[in-house]
Write a protein that binds this ligand. Sequence first.
Ligand SMILES: Nc1ncnc2c1ncn2[C@@H]1O[C@H](COP(=O)(O)OP(=O)(O)OP(=O)(O)O)[C@@H](O)[C@H]1O
Ligand SMILES: [Mg+2]
Length: 284
Amino acid sequence: MSKKSGSSTADTNNRAEGGNLQFNLAAEVFEAQRPVAGRVERNSPVLRATGLHKSFFKGKLEIPVLNGVDFEAREGEVTAIMGQSGSGKSTLLHLLATLDDPTSGEIHFGQRRIDNLPTRQRDKIRNKKFGMIFQFYYLLPELTTLENVLTPCMIADSWLAYRFNRKKYRARAEELLDMVGLSHRLKHRPRELSGGEMQRAAIARALISEPEILLADEPTGNLDQANGQEILKILRTLNTEQGLTIIMVTHDRAIADKADHCVRLVNGHVEVVSPDCQRAIRIG
Ligand SMILES: Nc1ncnc2c1ncn2[C@@H]1O[C@H](COP(=O)(O)OP(=O)(O)OP(=O)(O)O)[C@@H](O)[C@H]1O
Ligand SMILES: [Mg+2]
């Protein structure tokens, strides 16, 4: 899997050094604007689910949610997942991130099956390769905004390694928080933030580990239009300039239409690929 195949060496170096976050925010808002030439290698599936079933159980009562979902996200592309409330979008995202186990079916990251790996290996892959923006943020209430953004680094590193790297991590966390417009809220705790500010902190946290894939559950769901547009610009810039693969749940048809592909969950299946999506293809 070639990560960031569309980025320059300078971009790559900047990221390796903690991330030059001076993105070109003049880019069109979330438009699929990548040239086709030279990008062919980015279009291989990077995260793939086949025959995914998921049921929850309340006592003996089975609650089937996913009934054989086939899904794939292609490298360096933005895939939108739509569907009615309760259709299983968050469930699917959690399964793709190996945060929960499917009842049956398989999940592959690149060539590797990951749903059946031991927990520690799954944790490692998730920590290093995936960034997750949860629908309900899951910020830790006792930590400040800055500390919350740093938690993936704390989890990924040994205590010693974290101490060694902490200045670099802190600088990157501050850059990310600046990027999402929260540089004035570094020391606030989640209860002292608005819903939209919590969402932006969660976005910064998802990006701190420089993930290959961002799994975003309604990342603009609690933002006003201006802030939502700004976040989408940032995500699209990360996608076009650094090759970040994005899987995004959204209720907003206008956002989904600007993704590279979009799928809709209906009755536990990926039933519809919106024909209005730019360059929509059949998935599954
Ligand atoms: N832990 C659980 N136990 C039982 N049922 C659950 C559990 N988690 C989710 N469900 C059920 O699974 C269904 C799908 O939930 P999910 O959160 O994936 O929906 P969603 O498409 O993300 O909805 P929304 O757009 O409202 O966020 C819902 O009917 C929900 O009640
Ligand atoms: Mg949801």
